[in-house]
Design a protein around this ligand. Structure first.
Ligand code: PLP
Length: 390
């Protein structure tokens, strides 16, 4: 088995086992160094000018667009930067809302994080379009593609789906949904926030029309990235101030870019490209297997979502009989094991699973800096809690 890359992550030297990666990962050494170097360089300023620092700002953004484009197999001319996925998606759907009419339809899913639901719901409310959500299968925690395809009709303008569930880890079969949407002239937006940290994404091969993700979930800084087809970017009725650039990603990026974050995004992209997403995923899955089977083997523990290793990310959602998820996460924290509990903004998911009133789930995700000792520590604490609660 490959070794953990914990030595590349200064943030995990404090003895904590950090299973909170699905909420946000620690930054890798390259990210931290690139941001520090940029901030100390004297180049930090504003782009669009004729002096060296201004030119360097533009070059940095251009390099970062190319690095992100390379990471996701996408045309860099469609890469937009912003504060986080939610803000970028609200800006996107606000503009899309200008193109929607009463009678139009937007299809979403109940497997999604609310950032891919409320954003579209608001655009539909304001334009008079209809917003419908496909249910997932609560027994398996997976999204049957037919549930989405059944809702796609000639009125459909956009289909907004999860790259992966941030709570259950399920990765839908995107391709048939994209094909069904395109067959009626609709476009597809993918929320890849929970997917991008764990898998190779090739946007060109996938064929989606827009895809959003958050570098702070893949060892980068707090920030968001939204890619869209350059032709969509060119025609989108964006909300912008008059003097700002009206071509390329600059149309969509309001205000001054966060250059220091963009330096970090470029570095985090390079880190993933150098490590290789396939290799990273192999390591993560190798560690997730004992976590998943270990949780499933504990009496009194219920694992939600897909029961096997296929079609998923290395994120586990579980509950312990007789204990609220918050009690479990607090007990784990006492043993220096960091996990999240609750709905984690996937309110439709906990709603459909009937867990809204009982405090949601405990969520533990694998990141590249964890190792088998961390997994065993989590399992030992959960085992002790489950035995004590019986
Ligand atoms: C699947 C998914 N979508 C969207 C978001 C929102 O991302 P951001 O914090 O960048 O707005 C999250 C955050 O946890 C997420 O997990």
């Amino acid at each position: 088995m490959m070794h953990s890359l914990a030595h590349r992550f200064p943030g995990v030297r404090d003895g904590w086992a950090r299973f909170d990666g699905p909420a946000g990962t620690q930054m890798c050494d390259l990210t931290i160094q690139a941001m520090t170097d940029w901030m100390a360089s004297g180049l930090n300023g504003c782009g669009g000018g004729h002096f060296a620092a201004a030119i360097a700002c533009d070059e940095l953004v251009d390099r970062a667009r190319h690095a992100v484009g390379q990471l996701f197999g996408a045309d860099p001319a469609g890469v937009c930067f912003g504060p986080n996925m939610t803000s970028l998606t609200f800006a996107f759907t606000r503009a899309i809302g200008e193109t929607l009419r009463p009678g139009d339809r937007v299809v979403g899913t109940r497997l999604d994080h609310d950032a891919n639901i409320s954003t579209w719901a608001r655009a539909c409310e304001r334009s008079g379009a209809e917003h419908v959500l496909a249910p997932f299968d609560p027994a398996t925690g997976t999204l049957p593609v037919q549930n989405v395809i059944d809702l796609i009709d000639s009125r459909t303008k956009w289909v907004a789906i999860a790259g992966a569930s941030n709570l259950l880890g399920a990765v839908p079969d995107h391709r048939p949904i994209i094909d069904a949407a395109h067959a009626v002239g609709a476009r597809v937006f993918i929320d890849a926030v929970a997917w991008a940290p764990h898998a190779t994404i090739d946007i060109e091969a996938l064929g989606c029309d827009a895809l959003a993700n958050s570098p702070y979930k893949w060892y980068g800084p707090h920030s968001g990235v939204l890619w869209m087809r350059p032709e969509i970017l060119a025609e989108l009725p964006v909300f912008k101030v008059r003097p700002s650039i009206n071509t390329g990603p600059g149309r969509f990026e309001t205000g001054m870019p966060n250059y220091e974050a963009i330096a970090g995004i470029e570095a985090a992209s390079r880190f993933l490209l150098e490590e290789g997403m396939d290799q990273l995923s192999r390591y993560e899955m190798g560690l997730f297997e004992p976590l998943l089977s270990g949780l499933q083997a504990i009496d009194g523990v219920h694992v939600w979502g897909p029961s096997g290793m296929d079609g998923r990310t290395p994120t586990a959602a579980f509950t312990v009989d007789g204990l609220r998820p918050a009690e479990v996460s607090a007990a784990l924290a006492a043993d220096k094991v960091a996990v999240w509990d609750g709905h984690n903004y996937a309110i439709e998911v906990v709603g459909q699973l009937g867990l809204a009133d009982s405090g949601g789930v405990v969520r533990a995700g694998i990141s590249r800096y964890l190792d088998l000792d961390d997994v065993n520590r989590l399992l030992a604490t959960v085992g002790r809690l489950a035995a004590g609660a019986r």
